[in-house]
Design a protein around this ligand. Sequence first.
Ligand SMILES: *Cc1c(COP(=O)(O)O)cnc(C)c1O
Length: 839
Amino acid sequence: MRERTEFDEGFDALRELAFDLRWSWNHSQDVLWRQLDAEMWDLNRNPWAILRTVSHDRIRELLAEQEFSKTLYDILAEHRETRLSPAWFQRAHPTEPLRTVAYFSAEFMLDEALPIYSGGLGNVAGDQLKAASDLGVPVVGVGLLYAQGYFRQTISPDGWQEALYPVNEPEQLPLRPLREPSGEWLRLEIEFPGCTLLARTWEVQVGRTKLYLLDMNDPANSPAHRCITSELYGGGPETRLKQEIVLGIGGWRLLRAIGLDPQVCHLNEGHAAFAALERARYFMQENGVPFSEALMATRAGNLFTTHTAVTAGFDRFSPELMTKFFKSYAEDHLGIPVDGLLALGRRDASDKAEPFNMAYLAVRASGAVNAVSALHEHVSKKIFQPLFPDWPAVEVPVGHVTNGVHVPTWDSAAADALWTEATGKGRWCGDQTGLATAIRAVSADKLWDLRTESRRDLIEKVRACHARQLAEDGACESDIEEARSIFDASILTLGFARRFATYKRPNLLLHDPERLARILTNDKRPVQLILAGKAHPQDTQGQALIKLWSDFARRADVRSSVVFLRDYNMLQAQWLIQGVDVWVNTPLRPWEASGTSGMKVLANGGLNLSEIDGWWAEAFSPDIGWAIGDGAEHGSDPNLDEREADELYEHLEKDIVPEFYERDEQGMPVRWIARIRESMARLTPQFSANRAVRDYTEMFYLPAAESYAARSAKTAGTATAHTLCRWRAELSRKWPHVHFGDVRSISSGDEHLFSVEVYLGDLAPDAVHVELYADAVASEPPFKMVMARQQPLSQSGGVSLYLASAPASRPASDFTPRIVPFHSFARIPLEAGNILWQR
Ligand SMILES: *Cc1c(COP(=O)(O)O)cnc(C)c1O
């Protein structure tokens, strides 16, 4: 065997660094990659691609330089130490037995070097995985490796979007095959109707955490099956269903095949909900229990995060399609009829025509459900109310954790330096106390320097990108030359970039093109605007909006003030949110469940001008940004767009432009800087993924792990899945006989005394609660009180008397007795939705 040379050592060191996506947020290694290939680095910042491309001679040459190799080995040592060192989780929860959280998502946006994302959903998944790494929370991601990812965009000469599908060659991506102990590539069997397919497996190192991916492009599969994982959000319902089977069922198998047995399974949106079935199947097998019991045990360890604000946003599959793919799985593996499986995805289990809703499955297979902002919790409660008939919307079991962004991924080098100087290192790796105070102490000069420098950087990048895109079109030399000098670093710069979905109203700012043109081209106080965004290839309305903007951007009077960049992606997003002064967001309330791009500008000193929707409904106050809309929904009011566009223009004309150009004797925009400071101080920590992942850990992961452990305990305790299943079966058998008898109320002084007769038949009284309930009034939450059971009136009839008193500040007629299931270890109504009101 050949001896290992200095080159081998150095190459392996570089490879170890390049394989860990930590480089996408920790920039200490940038110097190395830039030295290896500056041009490639500036183009796409992809260490793995550089290492694959650069000549070995060049590597040898640099390794021979003492400074380079010292930096390399110092960084490597620091890197290894960080990966093994305890973090927030180990310090804050040293005795918690949480081993593994599996985070399932159809997309992950970690870096442009691994383009397997479309937009916000992938952004949330990627940012949370990185924050879990920073915090030491034991999360692993599970996703799909799409051969072509989401489509890429170009714009035709007449302004229409065209979809492109370049191939993600796995060798070019920072990932590696998962291997069996024998060295063989780990490939998983997945049964489809009439055949068994092979799923290939991959791993991506993301700091302390890992992302596992599956794909179907194995030569052993037929061509049709190899294409299952070609495109993200492409193809019809059948392709989508197949992808979700690979993700959920294949994903859980992958984890088990490599020896992981996660206590907590986090479903990021309903796409991966089949993972809950497969988890239950393993539990059945390993514990010799029926499916119902296995689901009761495992669901306690599942968390479902919903991201959509409309019912139409959920995946639904026809009963025929589901039966085709799940008949044998249900009957042979779960031991239930396929209709029993379909019932889990239906509002009405008995309606054989009702499609299968993935979000419904996720709700029924989880121990907790959360939305992604406070407003979205409210919206989601209404969306899921049909699953909890007769329950008041406020009691529909959906909570929320507002999204946050992974600040180290989205802050610029200059912003990072400013924060480090003010608040020290490690600020996004745990508790965030003191950050706001430290930022409030930063001088106006420093803040304004950051803004000026960031705007200058952005403009440089936009010029280069715009010129390159024009050149690709074969534009004439003079146009390309013009693009190279477009914009001015001292001008107020606005950004608008996101998916061009109609609910995001990308055309609101263009509602009155002449008024917008006047704002842009004002000769004393001009404004420049950068746009980008893709519309789904099947979304013709969204594409029409892109056409509108590209036409506008070509108008002679504004073409030096507006640029539409093609192929909106993570790199462009980074330039934009780091450089813009104001980030514009115009969704139709309440459709933006959270939104994250506006959070990305915060650390960089950008400000938000946004509809009061999603996260902005929690964040906005007049001293830190600007809002449009009145904080209410307006259905399909035909004048809404007109009104809100007018508000947008008013803010620009009367507030934003004047304030930006209002300077003191030193040339400083004093009011603007005060606003930046407050926005940075107050909002950045609150809307960080660091905060979000700590919330998930403490509010959901830890309780879920505990509750799963209790339910899966083998000793016959009161909380086991077995007892809960028995309790629930008894409830549903006996519930039809439960009814109310006489109800009396006497008012005296400041109290109403209620006495209620309840017939429970032979249902055990401790299986229910009789409650006194009153709807919420203006400022008060709903009134809810468990009524006290008195000695039984007669043993034979099963009649009991319940008493409670309520404050007389509300009329007695506000209060209604009701009967609901009760078990101290069950979640009501999530796990038993019966309810009987005394009417
Ligand atoms: C942040 C981000 C998104 C999500 O933006 P929203 O405005 O929250 O929808 C989408 N795409 C890219 C490339 C992003 O960086």
